[in-house]
Design a protein around this ligand. Structure first.
Ligand SMILES: Nc1ncnc2c1ncn2[C@@H]1O[C@H](COP(=O)(O)OP(=O)(O)O)[C@@H](O)[C@H]1O
Ligand SMILES: [Mg+2]
Length: 359
């Protein structure tokens, strides 16, 4: 999968801008605030139809306009394709080859991406919610149906919470309704549990190999933590029955995969508490590099790698290790304020986009 061209219209600081002739390895260079991350954000949007920088996508629209539009040209094995996203006061519209997509789920993952940015490197310390979101995004890039199960599950939890809240005001309990909704929660929750379990197992197949390149003789694996660990419909239904009174008392669903989390176990300890910040970054880098392998080896997909301002965060030794680990078959976009941060051999092979020169 290769992106060849990007057109930006009223997108952040760009009024109208075309970036053309991307190669396999692209380095975008320019001073802070010039618009490097915005290019990465546009590529991310083209894949996942949402931003990694903001939940309020209207803030992306250039201050002088009331809409933004991006158009991305790419090819995989077949003919060239193009993707469009438009956001205006009527919401978001997406197109593939000029044809409007009715559902966002039909649009996303035309090409796949792995993002490495300083923010992402904080995942060890982030909230469980951020870690779950990350896992959801990655799995949905590989399994379109996962988005559908997740939506079903989230709707069930929402309905159940609404009902439990109502019960707090008016204790007219219909326990049959809760039985039925719990049954469905277990049914959909088990599906989600199994996707997550499998994905984490796949990461664990690779993560220690990468981590040992940075930190020899240490061990690293991801521990999945879930209420659904029992993974058995009958037992889970019983579990939910047991806590029903508690749930009614607190007015909230307090058991399920919406509470899932995972820990990075480094030399036997949870790295959230025990590892230095430097090691935590290397842990996430190892996870990301593992994910590139998973996409390729287990799913035959070459994700586009987006490395946003990553190398200013790492010392030269570790930078070189990452350069060596990067697969030459993936298209790569690297942003940096200074070419000094980048290995000379890599620069020789790259196409350089100098944003400072264009102003
Ligand atoms: N909605 C917007 N309208 C106009 N400018 C914006 C908008 N959102 C962000 N910007 C500006 O866009 C610039 C580019 O940001 P960014 O891509 O993060 O730069 P870089 O990654 O090169 O440091 C910033 O100077 C920011 O102030
Ligand atoms: Mg930036």
């Amino acid at each position: 999968m290769n992106i060849t061209k990007i057109e930006l219209l009223n997108f952040r600081n760009y009024n109208k801008k075309i970036f053309d002739n991307f190669s396999n390895l692209n380095i975008i260079i320019g001073k802070n605030g010039i618009g490097k991350t915005s290019i990465i954000e546009a590529i991310y949007l083209g894949s996942l139809a949402k931003s990694f920088k903001t939940n309020n996508e209207y803030s992306i629209i250039n201050n002088n306009s009331d809409f933004f539009k991006i158009k991305i040209y790419y090819f995989d094995y077949g003919p060239k394709k193009n993707l469009e996203i438009l956001l205006d006061k009527n919401g978001k519209k997406t197109k593939i080859n000029s044809k409007i997509q009715k559902r966002l789920s039909d649009f996303i993952s035309q090409y796949r991406i792995i993002l490495l940015s300083p923010d992402e490197l904080k995942l060890v310390k982030s909230s469980p919610n951020t870690r779950r979101n990350y896992l959801n995004i990655q799995i949905s890039q590989l399994h379109r149906e996962y988005i559908y199960y997740l939506n079903n599950y989230n709707n069930l939890i929402k309905n159940k919470n609404d009902y439990l809240k109502k019960l707090m005001l008016n204790s007219n309990l219909d326990s049959r309704y809760l039985d039925i909704i719990d049954e469905k929660i277990v049914e959909e929750g088990i599906k989600i549990y199994n996707y997550r379990k499998k994905y984490i197992e796949l990461i664990n197949k690779y993560i220690n190999i990468f981590f040992n390149k940075f930190s020899e003789k240490s061990t690293l694996f991801i521990k999945y933590i879930s209420d659904f660990e029992i993974n058995d419909i009958n037992k889970l239904t019983k579990e939910l029955k047991k806590i029903r009174n508690k749930e009614i008392n607190v007015g909230m669903t307090s058991f399920g995969v919406h509470r899932d989390d995972y820990e990075f176990i480094h030399n036997g300890n949870n790295s959230k508490e025990f590892s230095s910040q430097g090691i935590q970054k290397l842990i996430i880098l190892s996870m990301k590099l593992s994910e590139v392998e998973i996409f390729k080896n287990e799913y035959n997909i070459s994700p586009i790698l987006l490395l946003d301002d990553l190398f200013s965060e790492l010392d030269e030794k570790n930078r070189n290790k990452i350069f060596k680990s990067l697969n030459k078959n993936n298209q790569i976009f690297i942003t940096t304020t200074d070419l000094k941060n980048i290995n000379k051999k890599l620069i020789e092979k790259a196409k350089i986009f100098n944003l400072d020169e264009r102003v």
